[in-house]
Design a protein around this ligand. Structure first.
Ligand SMILES: Cc1cc2nc3c(=O)[nH]c(=O)nc-3n(C[C@H](O)[C@H](O)[C@H](O)COP(=O)(O)OP(=O)(O)OC[C@H]3O[C@@H](n4cnc5c(N)ncnc54)[C@H](O)[C@@H]3O)c2cc1C
Ligand code: SF4
Length: 505
């Protein structure tokens, strides 16, 4: 059953075998796996059960309805970085680009070396990737759906001898409608509310939307359930609820899981809750061509180039509707107007950095955490290199002008202009970035002194309290994270199934 809390009585009180908080890439597979084994599952989701097709392809409306703080969440630091999160049934998977990568083996090996992770081997994850990929229909984007935007970059990359290819994506019958980040109006993107969640519901799970968990109930360092508030249509608290359960799984994402733990003063003997935040900072490079590109036609993130992934630099496609892109261009006033008049001739590609910089989430006021993050010099240098490579690719593809996300650097129109990137020392504050992949704030590891959860994702400090979301990754992943989150969540669910008797389920 998927039900909005407004249909439930005041002071709702229920019991279950497990209560899961959050319905994104972490919470949804957990709910499915445990419901499949006959567990009584209650999943709480603060957002509503939205249908992107109802939002009339209006990107501002979609952000207001399905993004936390209408998409205005940002880090504090240099530079300040917008960090959008989903607030809807299905979590951030509903507003993501649909790109699917497995955890790189090299990154997993580094985690093992540094943090032990004694209970999990890479081979254990492979069937879990396969299970998730099957459930969410992962397949390579067909070249013809990439649109001219991705194809132009592919052409330039090929001329420079780089090795790009279409991305793997979770879709069925994708039409290349081009607005994945605002909810797929065609229901092509297979985000969590299209597979794991309805399947869990059919297997008996109760999924309650507009339900915000606030308090984790414990007794003698053992989880006992969750209390919180049911929200009204304006997202204000309507009434309290309580769910009793011997297993509590937090899947609120890498910002709101540590926030909830910090608010409860819980699972933080290591003092690592909220620390070690990585975000995969990203920059946009825009190219202008003489002819129309019509970059909104096709899959926005359909192609990637990973020749520099070893240096922590990934190139992945992107494009945005005009109302949103106008905020992202490095110009104002008449100059911005002139650029926007050439919207049809624009192409765009993203640079994503595997960050060595790290930040921290702390408690703020009014159900809003504060997110601190400063970009370091090492990561800044990766952006400068990434921008130069992307600009070279676009020049090779025939662009007449390239707009770079670096304050103080004007248009690049030829190879000689690339020297501008080296004439001044580019500092973190000069970069215009955004980020989409927060992770690391409840990192996993064997040592309770420097990690929050063990490798089956149970907190070291509280028996029966688990974290299954992007918080658990010990370092910057280097690839888009949704598949890794799903696989680790299924791994923890399998642990629970094997060790059920420990939890009085
Ligand atoms: C624009 C954009 C594009 C992206 N593109 C990709 C991509 O192409 N590929 C990829 O792999 N990744 C992508 N990502 C990232 C990916 O979607 C996330 O990493 C992933 O969804 C995180 O999963 P999660 O379970 O950690 O958290 P989320 O998916 O964010 O789920 C957390 C859920 O918990 C709910 N919640 C929070 N606090 C509470 C509470 N107290 N009570 C009840 N509910 C609560 C939230 O409302 C939310 O629904 C993208 C992200 C963005 C923003
Ligand atoms: S490209 Fe369009 S149809 Fe395809 S998943 Fe994205 S929004 Fe949906």
């Amino acid at each position: 059953m998927i039900i909005d809390s407004q249909e439930l009585e005041e002071n709702y009180h229920a019991s279950a075998d497990v209560v899961i908080v959050g319905s994104g890439a972490g919470g949804a597979p957990m709910a499915y796996k445990l419901a499949q084994a006959g567990w009584k599952v209650i999943l709480l989701e603060e957002g509503r059960n939205n249908n992107p097709a109802d939002l009339n392809r209006n990107s501002w409306e979609a952000m207001k309805e399905m993004y936390r703080d209408s998409g205005m969440l940002a880090t504090l630091g240099t530079p300040s970085i917008p960090l959008p999160l989903g607030l809807t049934l299905g979590g951030t998977t509903v507003i993501n680009s649909g790109t699917c990568f497995r955890t790189p083996e090299k990154v997993f090996a580094e985690w093992k070396e540094k943090f032990g992770l004694s209970e999990v081997q890479y081979a254990d994850l492979i069937p879990l990737f396969e299970e998730s990929e099957k459930m969410i229909h992962v397949q390579e984007a067909p070249y013809e759906l990439l649109g001219t935007n991705n194809q132009m970059f592919a052409e330039g990359a090929r001329k420079l001898g780089l090795h790009g290819r279409p991305l793997m994506r979770n879709v069925i019958n994708c039409k290349g409608a081009g607005i994945c980040a605002f909810g797929c109006p065609e229901h092509a993107k297979q985000s969590m509310e299209r597979n794991f969640l309805p399947a869990a519901s059919e297997l008996g799970a109760t999924i309650i939307t507009s339900a915000r968990a606030e308090k984790i109930i414990t007794q003698k360092k053992t989880a006992k359930g969750v209390e919180g508030s049911f929200l009204d249509a304006k997202r204000k608290r309507r009434t309290k609820f309580r769910i009793d359960a011997p297993v509590v799984v937090l899947s609120c994402g890498a910002i709101y899981t540590p926030y909830l733990l910090l608010n409860n003063g819980m699972a933080n003997c290591s003092r690592q809750v909220g620390r070690n935040l990585h975000i995969h900072p990203a920059a946009k490079v825009i190219a202008m061509f003489d002819e129309a590109i019509d970059a909104w036609n096709g899959v926005p993130q359909g192609y990637y180039v990973d020749d520099y992934a070893g240096e922590g630099i990934m190139f992945e496609g992107f494009f945005l509707p005009p109302a949103i892109l106008s905020f992202a261009l490095p110009a104002m006033g008449m100059k911005l107007k002139k650029y926007m008049a050439d919207y049809r001739k624009m192409a765009g590609f993203g640079i994503m950095v595997t960050d060595t910089s790290h930040g921290r989430v702390i408690k703020g006021l009014n159900h809003s955490p504060l997110i601190f993050y400063n970009l370091n010099e090492t990561d800044t240098a990766k952006f400068v290199k990434g921008v130069e490579i992307a600009a070279r690719v676009y020049l090779a593809a025939g662009a007449n002008k390239i707009l770079v996300p670096i304050h103080g650097i004007d248009e690049i129109t030829c190879e000689a202009d690339l020297q501008k990137l080296h004439d001044v020392k580019i500092k973190p504050g000069h970069l215009e970035l955004s980020a989409f992949h927060p992770m690391g704030t409840c990192r996993m590891g064997d040592d309770a002194k420097n990690s929050v959860v063990n490798s089956h994702l149970e907190t070291h400090d509280v028996k029966g309290l688990f974290v299954a979301d992007a918080s658990v990754f010990p370092s910057s992943l280097g690839v888009n994270p949704q598949m890794s989150i799903m696989a680790f969540s299924l791994f923890a669910a399998n642990y629970l199934l094997k060790n059920k008797s420990q939890y009085s389920v």
